[in-house]
Design a protein around this ligand. Structure first.
Ligand code: FAD
Length: 311
């Protein structure tokens, strides 16, 4: 069996789970195995949606998230025997997949860009050495593998809903969650957004990002930033797009005052349409843009906002 950890927001599967499913199906096909899902929840979970993607769906309600409980839930689902366990790469999966790999004495292939099975082993590529190189790695099954978001096509539902099996997860010694202060979420998440508006150093300073935010909000998109901007403290790291930041694959990527360094391109060059605004006609970003505007962002961006408001 290939087991997929299906991450969700309580109502819907996250896009990254559909990517993990695509990877799991590819491994399952080569190994001649079935695909099962495990849906762990604190309260509500999208059971009906999730069972549409797998032959068997293991579900458990585990209360507030802790890595120990989530690992126990996955290990319980894996008892039927697994060749691989696949999960979306996230802050959370980083905390529970290591535990799962240790418990199974399995190889841990994390944050993978691609993965496939060959000669009975699982191969993957991932960034290494502070993202300076791309490594090809392999491990014999069982393998615990995480999928870097926005690297893989999304899975389609199967024709028929899978069987739902309630898991009986044994209590485990765990950190107890005493209180949780939730950060107020603004807009759509960067990795899931269909439109991303990114500002680079050419924006000139943190104040100018108010206009980047305005355009993103008008388009129902998310704000991104280059590393130069994050390093300067203008925007938080959570908004960084690129090799050492997030990988995004929106339908529309608007790059404002971004030069188009290879490390930035690594995180956004799979976007469907790229629009770039830069005052330098020789800026490398124009080689990758579908539409380019040579001009000063401080003039072009307000004009763009006005134009969008008129739509
Ligand atoms: P710059 O390269 O300084 O470009 C600014 C651009 O704005 C220029 O093209 C300029 O012509 C234009 N401009 C200036 N003023 C205006 C104006 N008024 N109107 C219009 N255009 C204007 N970078 C990332 O983004 N993400 C990463 O994840 C990342 N990871 C890295 C990892 C490593 C190991 C290394 C070594 C580097 C990494 N970098 C990353 C950094 C990357 O190499 C670049 O330095 C960075 O992307 C540059 O950001 P920028 O385009 O905002 O700034």
């Amino acid at each position: 069996m290939i087991l997929v950890v299906l991450d969700h927001d309580g109502n819907k599967l996250r896009k990254a789970s559909l990517e993990a499913l695509t990877r799991a199906r590819k491994l399952a096909e080569t190994f001649g195995e079935g695909v099962a899902g495990v849906l762990l929840a604190e309260g509500q979970a999208p059971v009906e949606e999730a069972r549409g993607y797998v032959e068997t769906l293991y579900v458990a309600e585990l209360g507030p998230y802790t890595a120990e409980k989530w690992a126990a839930g996955i290990l319980e689902a894996a008892k039927a025997g697994v060749k691989a366990i696949v999960a979306p790469s996230s802050r959370q999966s980083r905390t529970y997949m290591g535990r799962v790999a240790y418990a199974l004495r399995a190889g841990l292939l994390e944050d993978t860009l691609e993965s496939w099975a060959e000669g009975g082993e699982v191969y993957a590529t991932r960034y290494a050495y502070l993202n300076r190189v791309t490594q090809k790695v392999k491990s014999a099954p069982p393998v615990v593998l995480t999928v870097k978001p926005n690297t893989t096509p999304l899975a389609e539902p199967l024709g028929q809903p899978g069987e739902v099996v309630a898991l009986n997860v044994p209590p485990v010694p765990t950190v107890e969650v005493l209180e949780r202060l939730q950060e107020e979420k603004k807009g759509v998440s960067l990795t899931e957004a269909d439109i991303v508006v990114t500002g680079g150093r050419g924006m000139g300073g943190p104040e100018a990002f108010r206009l980047v935010e305005e355009l993103a909000a008008l388009l129902g998109g998310a704000v991104g930033a280059t590393r130069a901007v994050v390093d300067a403290g203008w925007r938080p790291y959570s908004e960084q797009v690129g090799q050492t930041g997030k990988t995004v694959q929106p339908s529309l990527y608007i790059a404002l005052g971004v030069s188009g360094a290879v490390q930035h391109l690594a995180g956004m060059n799979k976007s469907k349409y790229i629009v770039a605004v830069n005052k330098d006609p020789e800026a490398p970003i124009f080689k990758h843009a579908d539409y380019g505007i040579v001009g000063d962002v401080h003039q072009v961006l307000p004009a763009l906002i006005q134009a969008v408001k008129k739509l």
